[in-house]
Design a binder for this molecule. Structure first.
Ligand code: TLP
Length: 333
């Protein structure tokens, strides 16, 4: 099966399964799990933050971060298409009474800083209190321009706002920009990083930030049901992911580039974008779900959407990319 629906679909590697089987564990709610502690220390060190906290999912990482940054009646500024706003079931509003202030993303995945400044609410009882500005890197596969991050940081500092990054795929951004991940994360107070996307771990995300923030986040993780017990079993796979799967993200990016190049030669397929490990194409309306069925018959899975997002990852080889291009070509022939 060639599964291009997301980079969340990877199977744990043999090295991960071995590390999981042999993981030294303890009760992480008591802070006793040595493997979780090692993972948290490792991620904090890589991202250059004081502390880090292992959580079950990226959604919970963002939620716990928002609940820690903001109180009831506070507000976060966020992109209209950001995962933190659009795809997390309104969790911050449901559980925290936190109001989102969505703004359209610019084509490069940034938020226009003049618009952000204009959206900041005056300190007046009529308004929610604007507390933080959230960015996403990568967004739809796009790494944010490095020079933008400095301007964003300056704006937040000038207005006394916190800076949170949904860094589900921040390692893809770092590899694409050719910088250590800390060169990106240093522009943020807090970061939620996913181990279960391009890095290929089966489960887990990490919330990173100042020590006091992470101590408070432990409480919100508990409130949201994310306190895990012998979680070292899954943290062990995360450590393997960090050891073995960061540099190789460049292979996923090269495979996505080849996939985009191959699909672009098919007249009926309009290539919209390719950045890091994601390809976006528009298909003719008439093909409906017939393309999906044609590909499924050949062992290729895609989402049923148009525009269509195709994602490369650990379990998609260069041969798989060539097979996919041929299967698309055959359909349109
Ligand atoms: N994204 C998933 C879907 O939910 C869309 C995917 O297949 O891309 N931040 C970003 C930027 C994400 O893309 C995702 C997952 C998350 C956070 C949430 O992570 P999980 O799925 O671990 O809760």
């Amino acid at each position: 099966m060639i599964d291009l629906r997301s980079d969340t679909v990877t199977q744990p590697t043999d090295a991960m399964r071995k590390a999981m089987a042999e993981a030294e564990v303890g009760d992480d709610v008591f802070g006793d799990d040595p493997t979780v502690n090692r993972l948290q220390d490792r991620v904090a060190q890589m991202l250059g933050t004081e502390a880090a906290l292992f959580v079950p999912s990226g959604t919970q990482g963002n939620l716990v971060s928002l609940l820690t940054h903001c109180g009831r009646g506070d507000e976060y500024i966020v992109g209209q298409q950001a995962h933190t706003y659009r795809f997390e079931a309104g969790g911050a509003a449901v559980l925290g009474g936190i109001q989102p202030q969505p703004l359209e993303f610019e084509p490069d995945g940034s938020l226009d800083l003049d618009r952000v400044a204009a959206a900041i609410k005056p300190r007046d009882p009529h308004f929610a209190r604007t507390r933080i500005v959230c960015l996403e890197n990568t967004h739809h596969g796009r790494p944010l321009p490095m020079e933008y991050l400095g301007h964003y940081g300056a704006l937040c500092r000038d207005h006394g706002l916190g800076r949170h990054l949904d860094g589900a795929r921040v390692f893809n951004a770092a590899v694409a920009c050719g910088v250590p991940v800390s060169a990106i994360t240093r522009h943020f107070d807090t970061v939620s990083l996913c181990l279960s996307k391009g890095l290929g771990a089966p489960v887990g995300s990490v919330v990173c930030g100042p020590r006091g923030f992470v101590e408070e986040a432990v409480r919100w993780r508990k409130v949201t049901g994310g306190g895990m017990r012998q979680a070292g079993v899954i943290a062990a796979a995360g450590l393997v992911a960090l050891d073995e799967h960061v540099e190789r993200l460049a292979d996923d990016h090269a495979n996505a580039e080849r996939l985009a190049e191959g699909l672009a030669t098919i007249g009926e397929v309009e290539l919209l974008d390719q950045q890091t490990n994601m390809v976006f194409v528009r298909l003719p309306k008439a093909c409906g779900s017939a393309l999906g069925r044609h590909l499924a018959d050949r062992g290729i899975r895609i989402l049923d959407s148009n525009p269509l997002r195709l994602v490369t990852h650990l379990d998609v080889s260069r041969d798989d990319v060539e097979t996919t291009i041929e299967a698309f070509e055959a359909f349109f022939r």
